[in-house]
Structures are given as C-alpha cells and as structure tokens.
Design a binder for this molecule. Structure first.
Ligand code: URA
Length: 261
C-alpha cells in the first residue's frame, strides 16, 4: 500500500494534508525519515511513525444510518442525543459523519473513517445528487418548479443555488393529508382555525449548504414541516433499516459510490 494512502486512512485525514506532512519530514518508516508520499509500504510488517508516534493501520468502515428526528449530527452535545449515541463504541474508533442532517431531518446519513470518501462525496465540484422527500406548508406551481430547475436565490437573495430537480407528489389542504404527514411541526399554525395548503415531493440537489432544502423551498413561499433524505448518489436508504438503526455498506454499494464520485 502507498505510504500516503496508509496514513490518510489510519489518521483519518485527507491524502493531500498527509502528503504535505510526509514531504515536511514528519514520517518515519522503520526508523528512517521518508519524504516520498508514493513509496510502497507493507502495512502488516513495517513500523510507520507520524510525529514520533507509531500509527496503527485502520481498516476502512462505511455505515448507512437511518437518522431519526431529534438527534444532532455531531460527535458530542451536552443537551441532545447525537447520531453516535445510536452506535456501539467498539465500532466507532475514528469514525465521522459524511455531511450533516438537521436535528429535525430524518433519513440517510453515511458514516466512515475514510477521509477521501467523505471529501469526494461532499465536494461541490463532484455534483453528487442527494434526494430529499418533503412535506411543506404552501403550494408549488409550474413557475416555481421552473425556478428550481434554473437555480433559485436563497435567503436574502444573495446566494444562487445550483439547478435542482423537483417532483411534486401531492398537493392539497392540510386536513386532507394530516394522517400521512409523519411530523406535525406546523410552525405555530393551528389547523383548527386555518386549513393551510400543503405540498409533498422530492427535491434533488447537488450542494450541501446549511438548511439548503428548507431555504430553497422557503424562497418560493413553502415552509418545510417534514424532511427525510432518501438517497445519496445511487445509494438509496435501505427500506428495511428502521429509524435509529445502522448497517455496514455492502462491497457493491461502496464500489458503486466510489465509481460515481
Ligand atoms: N437541507 C435541509 O434544509 N436540512 C437538512 O437536514 C438537509 C438538507
């Protein structure tokens, strides 16, 4: 295995950063300083030291997690549960989440100890598609859909979101659909007094700005009341995976994602 690959994987860092450290003389192989990132090492027998400390080889792990609403995508939080509270410690050494979902968003979250995988999936230039299912208060007409396809301005009109795909599934009044809407975060609207228009559908984006889906829908007057990520690239959330549960990605799923990015 290449020295830079071994270190990126074991230190959970980007290969580019690791290369700079190797060139800067911070790495020894069997007691000898090596400044060539591409040399081949044997991860089973060679002793690799980084900044004076022996580095243990870390196997790569990739998890698919079905995030429930109410937990934070972070390593630690003093108040709320985090996504890591759903994993057993033994599996989680050096593992981090790939991107974030808001506290009230459900669905597909990937976790890994592979820095390159995260970098490629999240880099805006890679244009990896992420699809979300939403319910929102408001209505979406053909003009709004055109806007999404051309790129909408979000928030104070100073950020232009990249063109996105939107597919409306249902349109109607809250009263008609209230039994289908999984969460009823109605943003202080009391449906006893007002039966607001609602809309559901799928929004596919290639960026990952903070609250991006909510901000994009808000720009056309829709207020998200339920949000779930259902796919990243060609990887769909496993329908058999219950909320709060996780599983390892299969070899096929990992290969497919790497092939796409
Ligand atoms: N966009 C949002 O608004 N929230 C999320 O959690 C993810 C994407």
């Amino acid at each position: 295995m290449r020295l830079d690959k071994f270190l990126a994987q074991s230190l959970v860092d980007r290969r580019k950063t690791v290369r700079t450290c190797i060139k800067g003389g911070m790495v020894e192989v069997n007691g000898v300083v090596i400044t060539e990132p591409a040399i081949e090492i044997d991860e089973n027998s060679d002793i690799i030291e980084y900044d004076g400390k022996v580095v243990d080889f870390a196997e790569k792990v990739y998890y698919m997690f079905n995030k429930p609403a109410g937990c934070i995508t972070a390593k630690k939080d003093t108040v709320n549960k985090t996504v890591f509270d759903f994993f057993s410690d033994a599996y989680m050494n050096g593992v981090f989440h790939v991107g974030r979902l808001d506290k009230d968003t459900e669905g597909l979250l990937l976790l890994t100890n592979d820095g390159e995988f995260e970098y490629k999936l999240m880099h805006p230039r890679k244009h990896v598609e992420k699809t979300y299912f939403f319910w929102a208060l408001g209505s979406l007409d053909d003009k709004d859909i055109k806007h999404f396809e051309q790129g909408v301005y979000i928030e104070q009109g100073n950020i232009l979101a990249k063109p996105a795909k939107i597919e409306v599934q249902k349109r109607g009044r809250y009263g008609e659909y209230k039994h289908e809407i999984p969460l009823k975060n109605l943003n202080n609207i009391d449906p006893k007094w007002y039966n607001p228009p609602v809309v559901s559908g799928y929004l596919t984006i290639t960026e990952g700005r903070k609250h991006q889906v909510k901000r994009m829908l808000k720009s056309v007057g829709c207020s998200v009341i339920y949000l779930k990520r259902i796919s990243i690239g060609g990887l769909m959330l496993d329908k058999a995976l219950q909320k709060g549960h996780y599983r390892s990605l299969t070899e096929m799923e990992i290969k497919k994602l790497f092939f796409e990015i």
